[in-house]
Design a protein around this ligand. Structure first.
Ligand SMILES: [Zn+2]
Length: 97
């Protein structure tokens, strides 16, 4: 099946991943009491994303940012709560020395 150029520029994306990453950055900035290494951040990301509904959207790459902002407003309260829980859980369950 031949793909047009426009189709190749379309992607399927889980916006929830971006919303969680941005929310994590904001929350980590205000925390001095937790480990901020790549390992702990990935653990927090996995924990939080598993507890939130995926939001798959077909999008043109150029329109991602606008859509992301809309969804961020819609889901920010849930995301903030799950990210906070995940950060606090990993704080007491670090998987490294
Ligand atoms: Zn760490």
């Amino acid at each position: 099946m031949a793909q047009s150029k426009a189709e190749k520029d379309m992607i399927v994306k889980n916006y929830m991943e971006d919303i969680v990453r941005r929310n994590m950055d904001e929350q980590y900035e205000g925390r001095q009491d937790v480990c901020k290494c790549a390992r702990c951040r990935l653990d927090v990301f996995a924990l939080a994303i598993n507890r939130l509904p995926p939001k798959y959207v077909v999008s043109d790459r150029g329109h991602i940012f606008t859509k992301l902002q809309e969804m961020e407003q819609q889901f920010n309260a849930d995301v903030t709560r799950e990210v906070l829980k995940a950060i606090d859980f990993i704080k007491t369950h670090k998987r490294h020395q």
